[in-house]
Design a protein around this ligand. Structure first.
Ligand code: AMP
Length: 286
């Protein structure tokens, strides 16, 4: 496994690989890897010949009051996990190598990013799309794997790829969870003991809504209430958002639910904001 720091060297290597006829798969991450990330590597390995995992804590997707400084990092451990998983290249550029001090060009999406995390994290998706576009240009992938954990993110990236004609196939990977249901996240490390104990309620609450939907509940207001009830003393103060939206367009859904829906929430714990989501697709016939 090679570790590449220099963007130009990365691009030259990727170009050479493509000229050999290799299909490149990329897994963009911010590091502090867990099983969720590794599951995406396995998808990339199954569907390509040469797998690049990018490790880059992207400052432009963090707001000024957010946790950029506290974001967990462990470069050595990440490299060992990648090596064990059969990753071919870890691309871990320095921030200064990615962003020129006077950079002025960004990628912006206006509609899918207007709600959910886009509403509560202004500028977040501009940072995400800009860095993903840059990483695609540097790693020249045939396919890229993103997790459904960040449901809005993968939809926004698909839209960028479609609207900007990137020759990259976007593949989604399912959410990997801890035994108690908590969605795996690098940020879980920063939860204090009391928050860690409460955090599985996000998943439990979403499961309750999913079960109610499976049993025939089609009223989004009722489904929201089921989630809020299960969140108990986390609601309402800590709940940043809780929305039932169209699974594809992310538009809010009216009653009754007649289209595949996504139920998504963000909850603020002390110093850590967690997100989770669940699809209600399988129960709702179009
Ligand atoms: P991050 O390092 O948190 O920016 O995540 C990098 C990639 O891993 C993104 O595509 C995430 O959606 C994905 N990811 C993060 N957590 C999980 C998880 N629990 N299960 C599946 N994919 C995940």
């Amino acid at each position: 496994m090679q570790v590449v720091r220099d963007p130009q060297a990365m691009q030259a290597m990727a170009l050479a690989k493509r000229r050999e006829g290799a299909r490149i798969g990329v897994v963009p991450t911010m590091g502090f890897l867990h099983e969720g990330h590794l599951s995406l590597v396995r998808i990339a390995k199954a569907e390509s010949d040469w797998v690049i995992l990018t490790l880059f804590v992207n400052p432009t997707q963090f707001g000024p009051q957010e946790d950029l400084d506290r974001y967990p990092r462990d470069f050595e451990r990440d490299c060992a996990l990648c090596e064990a998983e059969g990753v071919d290249v870890v691309f871990a550029p320095e921030t200064a190598a990615i962003y020129a001090p006077d950079h002025t060009v960004y990628v912006v999406e206006d509609v899918l990013t207007s709600g959910l995390c886009g509403a509560s994290r202004p500028g977040h998706f501009r940072g995400v799309l800009t860095v993903v576009a840059k990483l695609f240009n540097l790693t020249l992938p045939d396919m890229a794997v993103f997790g459904e954990k960040d449901a809005q993110q993968i939809r926004v990236i698909r839209r960028m790829v479609r609207d900007m004609n990137f020759p990259v196939r976007i593949v989604g990977g399912p959410i990997l969870r801890e035994a108690d249901g908590l969605a795996m996240s690098s940020r879980n490390k920063n939860l204090d003991a009391a928050s860690r104990q409460k955090a599985p309620r996000l998943c439990q609450a979403l499961c309750a809504a999913r079960d109610a939907c499976a049993a025939g509940e089609r009223n989004p207001v009722a489904l929201r209430h089921i989630v809020l009830d299960r969140l108990g003393d986390l609601a309402p103060g800590a709940v940043d958002y809780l929305e039932l939206v169209d699974d594809e367009t992310l538009e809010p859904l009216g009653e009754p639910l007649t289209r595949p829906a996504l139920i998504a929430l963000a909850v603020q714990f002390p110093g850590v904001r967690l997100i989770d989501n669940m699809r209600l697709n399988s129960f709702i016939s179009e």
